[in-house]
Design a protein around this ligand. Structure first.
Ligand code: NAI
Length: 246
């Protein structure tokens, strides 16, 4: 894969899938800017990657806050120049059955998962437009394509990402920028630690593959969509879920 020398921004890159992706892009020779609001984990990862000889740095921002994102984008531009690849990976869940979900819980998930993707895309697009090239990859979910009990807010946010991806593919494809989404299935990270054992057993039954997904599976999808080999893939949603029945 030809990613060497490219600059990539990974949001939510301090932990979980994002951290695995940060390492994977470093291994391919990319310069990696990690955006996250978890300063401790983000700094620790960036320092570790740096100590291993990679060009990686951490920038603190809450993706739902436009000013925060713009300040981080400014700092990234000063350190790395134009960003070639943006991975909108940051996301949260705040699950509850709809009748028990208050509107603030609904809105917070949309703020991070939807407005966060909007803020970051707007911040890094101008450089890509100027360069006449770029890659935007956003993380949706099988909850966004198929819905999920107790996740009205999360499913809405992940479906919105698909809508934005398809819109931006049309808006920015003519400028040489591809925009795609990855829809992970059940991936073993901190995010799924709170899922009850009963639900895990159900997911196991629905997955026609002998293991659950790993962060590496999603990082590999990001790498592929960012590579030269994917240059004509635009506006697609790549499902990485072991063939999970929806
Ligand atoms: P995680 O919870 O392990 O990591 C998420 C990262 O995003 C953390 O480092 C966190 O600090 C950061 N983050 C959260 N809110 C933020 C904000 N407002 N501003 C900046 N950073 C913020 O989650 P995981 O599992 O690595 O998920 C990554 C992406 O994959 C998310 O978009 C998630 O919705 C999606 N996904 C995960 C699945 C799974 O099974 N783990 C399944 C489907 C989608």
């Amino acid at each position: 894969m030809r990613i060497s020398g490219k600059t990539v921004v990974i949001t939510g890159g301090a932990k979980g899938i994002g951290a695995t992706a940060a390492r994977a892009f470093c291994e391919q020779g990319a310069q990696v800017a990690i955006i996250d609001f978890d300063e401790k984990a983000g700094e620790a990862l960036a320092q570790q990657l740096h100590a291993e000889g990679n060009d990686a740095a951490f920038f603190k921002a809450d993706v739902s806050d436009e000013q925060d994102v713009d300040s981080a984008a400014q700092a990234i531009a000063e350190q790395f120049g134009t960003v070639d690849i943006l991975v909108n990976n940051a996301g949260i869940t705040m699950d509850a059955m709809t009748l028990k979900m208050d509107v603030s819980t609904f809105k917070r998930v949309l703020d991070v998962n939807v407005t966060g993707v909007f803020n970051c895309t707007k911040a890094f697009l101008p450089g890509m437009v100027e360069a006449g090239a770029g890659r935007i990859i956003s993380t949706s979910s099988i909850a966004g394509t198929g819905g999920n009990v107790g996740q009205a807010n999360y499913a809405a946010s992940k479906a919105a990402i698909i809508g934005m991806t398809k819109t931006w593919a049309k808006e920015f494809g003519p400028k040489g920028i591809t925009v795609n989404a990855v829809a992970p299935g059940f991936i073993e990270t901190e995010m799924i630690e709170s899922i009850p054992e009963k639900v895990i057993a159900q997911i196991r039954q629905l997955t026609p593959f002998p293991r659950f997904g790993r962060p590496e599976d999603i990082a590999n999808a990001y790498l592929f969509l960012a590579s030269d080999q994917a240059s004509f893939i635009n506006g697609t949603v790549l499902e990485v879920d072991g063939g999970m029945l929806k």
